[in-house]
Ligand binder design. Structure first.
Ligand code: BYC
Ligand code: FE
Ligand code: FE
Length: 487
């Protein structure tokens, strides 16, 4: 079973480990969808670099075995990337791990009564993948190095593959309406008035590289948390699909975390070299050609709060239904020690009380979004701690913190409150008056934009970001990560 599953058929238009060759209906459906996908990639994928050779990783099996790694590295033109359909190996004994069907054999087909719910989850997941590619499509032009450009394109082609992963599930398991949804996934556009992407944060802009690194740190990490929950699903093909996507997702987290670390490091180095010890002297720090730490904090506030909204409302009957049905579990459900049904359990959610905050208990089933969001925050804080370590070690006195959960929310139980990053509740007028203290304003955006000058010489890095300490696949410092076509 495992050996069959871990080898990928690359001899075909759509590389896969799901025996597409013997599944004519689905293969034809995907082959019909393919040209539209390529059109979308040419229109909405990385602008200006479609004919460049990029040193990319491509998945060739779903597990590493000894010297046989799961992925290979080579120069590829992005439109020729082999977007494949790869599912983690099947466990024939797998049981549904939670909800009212806990302990029953995992489903290999869609259970009729949950069809609509399951389709919606898959469509929402699928919608975010191309959205992020659209949001990032102009960033190549201002890349701070070829190394960073390559990492951007690696993330982009993998998000493209994640779209393929969801489209496969739609076409294989949802018949005609699955094919229609697959078409719609190529029709919606990030930021469009008439046909926007489904979730809020995926219609925002990613205008600069600090935004890109924070997006991959925070928003791709929401992706990770959601994929972890869907990897628990009783619908086994979804579980196996998400488990393999998580293998790729780890790199997206790496890009975000190390990207911000390198920016913070460069800022602190420049300040130290100039003998500056006040990190809040924004103008003086900016004059060094680096991004001041208070502005990084504002961008953190923005991306973190936008991403919290992606968890849906803290109290949600949808999430209770997903869980009861066995479709979407909790983060690391299999490691949790409770009854995995949660009928009696409660979960605490912060709520305003007497000018401060207290924790109110709610039925755990209704609070699953809040719980996943808290798991997300814990995971974010590990990375933020490492940024702060970099700052501390350089001797600069500054700490980056995540804002309060109620700060700048548009979705959920805090949406009508006006909270500062510290969690103080203020009037709407006060909040709007002080907004520029907490979130980037036009001047901050203009400054960051002024730094976004391309640095395309191998081994060189823009003024505002340090060289990476670890490079992909142990390549030398002056490696040509992208061979520019029109250089
Ligand atoms: N924006 O009960 P509620 C990734 C809607 S990222 C707009 O509060 P629920 C990636 C909601 O759809 C991971 N609408 O929430 C990252 C519902 O609408 P209907 C993506 C929103 O349903 C970077 C209504 O409000 N995957 O992979 O419990 C790069 C009430 O909903 C928003 C998933 O999200 C919003 N922010 O939870 C590339 C997993 N929030 O049904 C890729 C699949 C809520 O009343 N999705 N609404 O019309 C889900 O699990 C859930 O749909 C959500 C929402 C967690 C998103
Ligand atoms: Fe993804
Ligand atoms: Fe991702």
């Amino acid at each position: 079973m495992t050996t069959l599953d871990s080898t990928v058929d690359y001899d075909v238009l759509i590389p896969n480990n799901v025996a597409l060759a013997s599944d004519a209906r689905v293969r034809r459906g995907l082959e019909r969808w393919h040209p539209g996908y390529i059109d979308w990639w040419m229109d909405m994928g990385p602008d200006g670099f479609q004919t460049s050779d990029v040193y990319l990783r491509t998945a060739v099996r779903v597990e590493s075995k000894g010297a046989d790694k799961w992925a290979v590295f080579d120069y590829v033109k992005m439109p020729d990337y082999r977007w494949g359909i790869l599912l983690a190996p099947e466990d024939p004994d797998r049981k549904i791990p939670f909800g009212r069907h806990r302990g029953e054999p995992a489903w290999q087909e869609v259970p009729g009564e949950y069809r609509a719910m399951l389709r919606r989850l898959i469509v929402i997941q699928g919608d975010t993948e191309p959205a992020s590619v659209e949001q990032q499509r102009f960033l190549g032009k201002t890349a701070p190095s070829l190394y960073d450009m390559r990492n951007l394109f690696q993330v982009n082609v993998e998000e493209g593959r994640h779209l393929w992963a969801m489209v496969y599930l739609l076409q294989k398991y949802f018949g005609r309406d699955g094919r229609e949804e697959a078409g719609e996934l190529l029709r919606r556009r990030s930021g469009s008035e008439d046909a926007p992407r489904m979730l809020g944060a995926f219609n925002e802009e990613t205008p600069d590289w600090l935004s890109f690194f924070l997006f991959t740190f925070f928003t791709d990490r929401d992706g990770r948390m959601q994929l972890e929950s869907l990897a628990q699903s009783g619908f086994d093909p979804l579980s196996r699909t998400c488990r393999f996507m998580l293998t790729e997702e780890a790199f997206h987290m790496f890009v975000g975390e190390t990207g911000v670390t390198r920016i913070v490091q460069r800022t602190c180095e420049a300040m130290t070299a100039a003998g500056m010890d006040d990190p809040t002297d924004v103008e003086a720090v900016r004059a060094l050609g680096v991004i001041d730490l208070p502005t990084i904090q504002k961008k953190v506030n923005l991306h973190y709060s936008l991403t919290l909204d992606l968890f849906g409302s803290e109290l949600s009957t949808n999430s209770a239904n997903f869980f009861n049905a066995g479709l979407k579990g909790r983060f690391r459900e299999h490691r949790l020690e409770d009854d995995h049904r949660l009928h009696e359990a409660t979960y605490g959610i912060p709520e305003p009380s007497n000018g401060g905050w207290s924790v109110a208990l709610h039925p755990a089933l209704n609070a699953l979004n809040a719980r996943l969001r808290d798991d997300f925050t814990d995971d974010c804080n590990l990375g933020v701690g490492r940024w702060n370590k970099t700052i501390r070690e350089s001797g600069v006195d500054f700490e980056i913190t995540l804002p309060h959960v109620a700060f700048h929310r548009q979705i959920g139980v805090y949406r009508d409150l006006h909270a500062t990053p510290e969690g103080d509740l203020v009037s709407e007028d006060d909040w709007n008056r002080r907004r520029h203290e907490w979130l980037p304003d036009d001047a901050d955006r203009a400054f960051i934009e002024s730094l976004m000058k391309p640095e395309f010489r191998p081994g060189h890095y823009a003024s505002w970001i340090a060289e990476p300490r670890i490079r992909i696949n142990h390549k030398p410092g002056d490696f040509e990560w992208v061979k520019l076509a029109e250089a």
